[in-house]
Write a protein that binds this ligand. Structure first.
Ligand code: GH3
Ligand code: MG
Ligand code: MG
Ligand code: MG
Length: 324
């Protein structure tokens, strides 16, 4: 789950959806067992929305894929079924939880209308049905549904943007810090067995100077991909700074962390990077420092400092190296 938002974000449009919402191609499911009323409603709404009808003959809604509907219109005077029970079922089912429900209430039956509202029905129309009112309320429900869905999408995107790095698609430093703090909590009895890889691309300044900053960004993106390809789903990869990256490996001893780091180092050094801004593939190497929490480093800072010291050794030892 952790790596879902890593990887392929390069160049993706990250901006929120704005402007008026569209109610084009909307679908409504009408639950009505009186055929003539169903036909009439279908005609009233025909220009606005595709109306499917379920006459709940069997006593249940038998229409498949209820999640594809933007609106349910439900009669509360069905012969074999309690319409309110259907409403409450749709409200408590995950895939229809957010779909608006418009109920058709008998004239003068305020009690029915109040109970419907308590269940979470979003709007109602009193019989005899007025076509203008039906169209207006349907339009309003569809618009609100599409708008609420867009808010949820935008919110999700904002949350993703707040925790990821746009160039590489990896988690950002901010998210890394809170992840490490969570791991170092005294409540985590596995916190003495966390390994951390601190990585820094070698002579990255030369790559920038030779091929340009945009190519440098592409190298960073490709490097992020190679990290993702070499770690497990449970590991967390983050961009720590410019050309510095971190991998956090929970419940991992030094031996396995070293194995992963060495495999990653080789996968970088042995396969030159194909970059759109450069004819020839670019040779890239990385230096990696590893630290494990153990008994003495059970804080994010201590772990990061120890990994950074190991990285310094790798640099000093000639680069393209893994040190612990
Ligand atoms: P060393 O092997 O000692 O790490 O050498 P280095 O050249 O990699 O180290 P140095 O820290 O001197 O240079 C890092 C360079 O990374 C300098 C900076 O311009 C570049 N850089 C930092 N962030 C970005 C970025 O987001 N995109 C690109 N293209 N370059 C970046
Ligand atoms: Mg029938
Ligand atoms: Mg650096
Ligand atoms: Mg560097």
């Amino acid at each position: 789950r952790m790596r879902e938002s890593t990887g392929e974000n390069f160049g993706v449009n990250l901006s929120n959806e704005t402007g008026p919402v569209s109610i084009a191609n909307a679908k409504a499911l009408l639950i009505e067992d009186y055929g003539r009323v169903a036909d009439r409603i279908g005609r009233y709404l025909g220009d606005l929305v595709q109306v499917d009808v379920d006459d709940v003959e069997s006593g249940e809604i038998t229409t498949p894929n209820l999640e594809k509907y933007d609106l349910f219109i439900i009669s509360l005077s069905l012969k074999n079924v309690d319409g309110l029970r259907l409403c409450s079922l749709l409200r408590s089912t995950e895939k229809t939880r957010h779909t608006p429900i418009l109920v058709l209430v008998d004239e003068g039956d305020d009690n029915q209308m109040v109970r419907a509202m308590e269940i979470g029905v979003t709007d109602y129309i009193t019989r005899p049905i007025d076509s203008n009112e039906l169209v207006a309320r349907t339009k309003s429900q569809l618009r609100q549904k599409r708008y609420a869905a867009r808010l949820r999408r935008n919110m999700k995107k904002s949350m993703e943007m707040a925790m990821t790095d746009a160039v590489t698609g990896l988690y950002n430093r901010h998210f890394l810090s809170s992840h490490l703090d969570n791991l170092m909590s005294p409540d985590n009895d596995k916190r003495s067995n966390v390994s951390l890889l601190m990585m820094d691309l070698d002579h990255f300044k030369i790559i920038n100077d030779t091929y340009g900053h945009a190519s440098g960004d592409e190298v960073l993106h490709e490097f992020a991909k190679r990290i993702s390809n070499n770690i497990r789903g449970i590991d967390l990869a983050a961009r720590f700074g410019g050309e510095e990256f971190v991998v956090v490996m929970n419940e991992t001893d030094l031996e396995f962390a070293y194995f992963v780091a060495e495999r990653l180092r080789r996968s970088v050094a042995e396969v030159p990077f194909e970059i759109s801004g450069s004819e020839e593939p670019i040779n890239v190497t990385v230096s990696i420092g590893i630290a494990r929490t153990g008994e003495s480093r059970q804080s994010s800072t201590k772990l990061l400092v120890a990994a950074d010291e190991a990285l310094y050794q790798a640099k000093n030892g000639g680069r393209n190296k893994v040190c612990t």
